[in-house]
Design a protein around this ligand. Structure first.
Ligand SMILES: [Zn+2]
Length: 379
């Protein structure tokens, strides 16, 4: 079902997701889309394929934690290294099988580990990494931060992740308090950019959203307490927004797969309640919205398409949600010229469905109609 496609391949008379009533003949060569032409109209019914297929660009999840195995990091430390590695390999596999061909890991995964898992377990997921994130323990001034940044660069990561506010672990009245001083924050971003790295910022809202705009980061994550004015600033400055909406809904459910304690569920519920407003502000202002799940446990990896459902529930159209997960996400990664589209010359990362994805009711039915997942040329 998962195919690496360095070899040549053709699809005749397939539909491209989101393009109505047109069929295409698509050929793949050396792992890239070689030609895409509209199929000739046929009068003869017999010339039609025995079943209709739809091709979509591979889904890009901009916020995963593929190395984490437990909601609480302390629980991972109790596991044997071999068990952790096998769980991580299963996370890679589940993510790819559900149609996610590229993932940006938002913290915890070292590039070397990713490479090892891809090769050893033959899972051709494209992974962009940020290594270990910078958080509260690093708010010790710029000399300390410079040392930490060098460690991150030494791992080969292309991204730097800043935990700029609290999250589910923080009490509601403190969750927007900045973790770093503004000086530390802007130092990290400037240093990262000077070293050719991109920056993603965990922020639930508040002043660190403004700092993110001022410093010119690539994306802010979560952002459920974003204001309308801040949405305007994000749009104007080209800072992307990866809201990771579904995880808060899941975390808010005491009987859900995470089964968290009532205090955490309550914080998640407040976050989930705020998210639709943030999405509405972002949509109205024209902020570039990207698809990210923040999935981090075996119960969640492989169910990534649920994020499409939540984005739609919160006000995006189906086409907008799909765009967030393909073209927009590729641009946010800096790979918009090669990934995220079914277009000639682009890498042949794709998902093949045997029913129109735009007609599916939810992620579960979408998942059931995946015929295969293709990953093309390596970058
Ligand atoms: Zn995260």
């Amino acid at each position: 079902m998962m195919k690496k496609v360095p070899q040549d391949q053709t699809f005749n008379r397939v539909y491209i997701t989101g393009i109505k009533d047109k069929r295409f003949d698509i050929s793949i060569r050396d792992g890239r889309f070689d030609s895409i032409v509209e199929s000739n109209p046929v009068s003869d019914e017999e010339a039609l394929p025995c079943r209709d297929l739809w091709i979509s660009p591979g889904i890009i999840d901009l916020h995963t934690h593929l190395a984490w195995t437990d909601f609480d990091h302390a629980d991972q430390l109790k596991r044997e290294p071999q068990e952790i590695e096998e769980m991580q390999a299963r996370a890679f596999e589940a993510t790819l099988r559900t149609g996610v061909t590229t993932a940006r890991d938002a913290g915890g995964l070292l590039p070397g580990t990713a490479q090892h898992l891809v090769q050893t377990y033959h899972v051709p997921l494209r992974v962009h990494t940020s290594s270990e994130m910078l958080g509260a323990a690093d708010a010790k001034g710029t000399i300390h931060l410079e040392r930490r940044l060098k460690q991150i660069y030494d791992t080969g990561a292309g991204w730097v992740k800043i935990m700029a506010t609290g999250g589910l672990g923080a009490p509601t009245e403190k969750v927007l308090d900045p973790v770093f001083s503004e000086e530390e924050f802007s130092f990290i971003v400037r240093h990262a950019h000077e070293h050719g790295k991109r920056v993603l910022v965990h922020t639930w809202g508040g002043t660190t959203v403004d700092w993110s705009v001022d410093a010119g980061v690539e994306s802010i994550e979560h952002g459920m307490f974003l204001t309308g004015e801040q949405a305007g600033r994000l749009a104007e400055s080209g800072v992307a927004f990866v809201p990771t909406t579904s995880i808060y809904r899941i975390a808010a459910d005491p009987k859900g797969v995470l089964a968290l304690n009532p205090i955490i569920c309550d914080r998640a519920a407040r976050a989930a309640e705020a998210h639709p407003k943030a999405i509405a502000y972002a949509k109205r202002a024209g902020v570039q919205i990207g698809f990210g799940t923040d999935y981090a446990t075996p119960a969640l990896h492989g169910y990534n398409l649920q994020e499409l459902d939540t984005l739609r529930d919160y006000g995006l159209t189906r086409a907008e949600a799909w765009q967030a997960a393909t073209g927009n996400a590729a641009e946010i990664l800096g790979w918009g010229h090669q990934l995220g589209r079914i277009a000639e010359g682009y890498m042949a990362d794709a998902v093949i469905f045997d029913a129109d994805p735009y007609q599916s009711n939810d992620a579960e039915s979408l998942r059931k109609h995946i015929v295969s997942v293709l990953t093309g040329a390596r970058e």
